[in-house]
Design a protein around this ligand. Structure first.
Ligand SMILES: [Zn+2]
Length: 398
């Protein structure tokens, strides 16, 4: 297959481009064979990305908003509503909505997806067995990973934490926790690190998801990574309170994060919806400090988070749409220089074999966007795409 006259955004190039901006790409079987500058450098026919990587989703609770209602800016109300709803979850209903999420992500060009699974008691949740079955069924299409999502306070109970960690290890997952201004936060986080080290597990936190400047879980996590010399990978999602802290405080935390090799994931849709006032026009908008992190070499990922549930009643699994919102919310310009946020950066955060840089010999798992230039990336027409997986064009299906 030959793909002609395409822009390949700079952060996605795994080859020496020189001055060229527009390229002709040939595929051979399931690999990219050659990439050469196009004869004309002025007219592009589209933008070529590597297939997308979703760093943070919740496929166990998506598409439930009709039943639970939208929480309108109250994170803890959303947690409570989902808690009630969760009592009625069965393998059958879970499978339906989890499959729907995967289908949507697949059609949008997603090659890997990490989901958090609500895990509020020591016993594994019903969603785990469904996830494990789907991980097998979807192998070769979407590489699936899961994170246990447990309130940090549960880890105060040593036996409960041990049970969770053992089951996460058995199922090949990542250990996670919801961290927000907990009492004894350092001690409880230390327990999570103990478990990760004992069982050989990576970590992925929901941390500081609120606008309280006093929420400094991210800093505690970064300090623990360094104190423990923890090498199994740490991902921190949300980090909203960082946006509310003094520059000096926030920058010090980010320097610690960069030194600790922490991956930061920003979730523009859910944060935009949940953070900030609902009784007047919201001013602070809850996006973390993407620019300041990048200045320290820490390239954040943009991810989907919630889709049509109590936390966020809208949305889809189209990462390019999420990216468009992130671009506007955090002033990521030029936008094409930030496309690593849905490709290369999450691939690294998830530890995927291919980091998503396009080069001769890389997998022919690609997304060809209609956008012929920088400014078309944000609109619906520019987001139209052809998904190529293992060198073949993916047929659209409803
Ligand atoms: Zn989340």
């Amino acid at each position: 297959m030959k793909l002609e006259a395409l822009r390949i955004p700079a952060p996605l190039r795994g080859f020496a481009a020189g001055e060229a901006q527009v390229f002709d790409v040939t595929l051979d079987g399931d690999k990219v064979a050659t990439i050469v500058p196009s004869a004309s450098q002025t007219q592009a026919r589209g933008t070529l990305l590597s297939a997308l990587v979703e760093a943070h989703a919740h496929i166990d609770k998506n598409y439930t908003v009709q039943e639970v209602g939208a929480a309108q800016g109250n994170l803890f109300a959303a947690i409570e509503r989902m808690e009630k709803h969760r009592a009625g979850w069965t393998g059958e209903t879970l499978r339906l909505r989890m499959e729907r999420a995967l289908h949507d992500a697949w059609q949008s060009g997603t090659r890997a997806l990490r989901t958090h699974i609500d895990w509020v008691q020591p016993e594994p949740p019903a969603a785990l067995a469904v996830f494990e079955a789907l991980r097998e069924e979807w192998r070769g299409r979407i590489a699936l990973q899961f994170v246990s999502l447990t309130p940090l306070d549960v880890f105060a109970d040593l036996a409960a934490g041990e049970r969770i960690a053992r089951e996460v290890k058995r199922a090949g997952g990542v250990l996670g926790a919801f961290v927000y201004r907990n009492e004894g936060i350092v001690h409880k986080l230390g327990r999570v690190f103990d478990l990760a080290q004992q069982h050989g597990l990576g970590l992925d936190f929901h941390v500081d998801e609120g606008l309280d400047a006093e929420a400094t879980g991210l800093r505690s996590i970064a300090q623990l990574v360094r104190a423990r010399d923890f090498k199994l990978g740490v991902v921190c999602g949300h980090c909203c309170s960082l946006s509310m802290q003094d520059d000096a405080v926030a920058n010090e935390t980010l320097a610690l994060c960069a030194g600790a090799g922490i991956h930061i994931v920003a979730l523009p849709t859910t944060n935009l919806y949940l953070q900030g006032a609902w009784d007047r026009t919201p001013v602070p908008r809850g996006i973390t400090r993407i620019h300041e992190a990048a200045a320290r070499g820490l390239r954040a990922s943009l991810a989907t988070d919630n889709v049509q549930d109590a936390f966020y009643p809208y949305g889809s699994y189209d990462l390019v749409e999420t990216f468009g919102l992130g671009v506007q919310m955090a002033h990521l310009a030029p936008a094409s220089d930030w496309l690593d946020a849905i490709t290369v950066s999450p691939a690294k955060a998830l530890g995927l074999a291919w980091d998503g840089r396009i080069a001769p010999g890389c997998p022919a798992d690609l997304v060809l966007l209609a956008a012929t230039g920088e400014h078309e990336l944000i609109g619906p027409r520019g987001r139209e795409r052809t998904v190529i997986r293992a060198g073949r064009i993916l047929e659209k299906s409803l």
